[in-house]
Design a protein around this ligand. Structure first.
Ligand code: HEM
Ligand SMILES: CC(C)=CCC/C(C)=C/CC/C(C)=C/COP(=O)(O)OP(=O)(O)O
Length: 315
């Protein structure tokens, strides 16, 4: 606490900027943007308007920053008690809650304006609903009360894919909902793999994360189930939806096989921290590469090459 009062009064300009930046939990945002971008590429058949792209990704960044900042305000009590989070700007006293709230409202306003002006109202409303869902449903209603917190709450993290689709088309068609489902089903393996490693931290503050309440075996079983549903879901874009082609199909199958292999290994050695860590890190790489696969697949050049290749094989 001594550190708290000292640090609040002795921050230079750069440190203040840095504190506000940290409130947005910036390390997670790039992956949210990659899923948004992948959605935009598929929605516009590989030909995304650059202005719309920059505006939508900026709007998404500001919305995610606002959501994370409000989450930081709400969770400042437990963040102070957990090793991993106690150096965040609020629990360490570098930023006050009131200032953080003003910052979050400013970010949300900028996001809403950017998306409404450069994209459309639907994408702006979706981004705002992402903030409301993450804060109201996940952080407030679920996080401290149920082991299913991140399953339902994970829907917030899947909203950026909808924002991207809406920004390009002004509507939400079936492929958009499949993209939503991909991120939604990916979230439990992503988070529970991590939760297996930092179980004790959550136990200490009474957050009922699945490994804390149900144990490692039950958690790895759930991870396995979600992985098994996730991989076929990624292929729905190829069949029956036909919005992605051969290149993406191969990428999704290869990446999916590795995911299944790692989840299987963890299932049979559920207390192995190394295995859990490996799956967690892979989950991030997986989502990056899968999204990159979607984008490359949607490019006109890729479509031409695969069509030519298939014609050759068919001869
Ligand atoms: C309710 C859903 C989710 C929960 C509870 C969750 C939780 C976490 C936690 C606790 C970390 C560790 C961060 C740290 O060390 O401070 C993490 C890391 C990460 N998460 Fe998630 N996550 C969720 C969904 C997502 C989604 C939807 C994405 C993006 C599509 C995402 C992307 C990432 C990335 C990129 C990292 C690594 C950040 C780093 O380099 O430290 N997460 N997640
Ligand atoms: C369109 C839009 C604005 C979407 C917002 C989506 C969003 C911010 C998703 C973030 C998901 C996430 C990383 C949760 C961290 O959980 P936690 O708060 O339990 O993590 P912690 O234990 O590190 O605090």
């Amino acid at each position: 606490m001594i550190e708290t009062s000292v640090s609040r009064h002795h921050q230079n300009f750069f440190q203040v900027i840095q504190s506000y930046y940290q409130l947005t939990k910036p390390r997670i945002i790039p992956l949210l943007l990659i899923t948004t971008a992948a959605s935009m590429w598929i929605a516009s058949n590989g030909k995304v308007d650059p202005v719309l792209l920059v505006a939508t990704l900026s709007g998404g960044t500001f919305a995610a920053g606002a959501a994370q900042t409000i989450n930081c305000i709400y969770d400042r009590d437990i963040d102070y008690d957990m090793e991993r989070t106690r150096h965040r700007p609020l629990p360490s006293g570098r930023v006050q809650s009131r200032d953080a709230l003003i910052f979050a409202l400013a970010l949300a306003t900028i996001s809403f304006t950017l998306l409404t002006v450069f994209a459309n109202l639907l994408s702006a409303l979706l981004a705002m609903s992402g903030i409301v869902f993450y804060v109201g449903i996940y952080t407030h209603l679920l996080k401290r009360h149920t082991t299913q917190n991140i399953v339902i709450g994970g829907a917030a993290g899947a909203i950026p894919a909808l924002v991207g689709w809406a920004a390009c088309t002004g509507s939400l068609s079936l492929p958009a909902w499949v993209l939503f489902a991909i991120v939604f089903l990916w979230t439990p393996p992503h988070f529970w793999a991590l939760a297996l490693m930092i179980r004790d931290d959550y136990a200490k503050v009474g957050v009922p994360m699945l490994p804390v309440v149900a144990g490692n075996t039950a958690t790895t079983r759930q991870i396995w189930l979600y992985t098994l549903i996730l991989i076929p879901t990624t292929l729905l874009l190829v069949y029956p939806l036909n919005v992605s082609g051969l290149f993406y199909a191969i990428v999704a199958l290869v990446l999916g096989s590795i995911f299944i292999k790692k989840a299987w290994a963890l299932l049979h050695d559920s207390s192995n921290q190394q295995q859990a860590r490996s799956l967690f890190l892979y989950s991030i790489l997986y989502m990056m590469l899968l999204s990159a696969g979607m984008m490359i697949d949607s490019l006109p050049i890729t479509q031409q090459v695969t069509t030519a290749l298939m014609a050759l094989v068919a001869q």
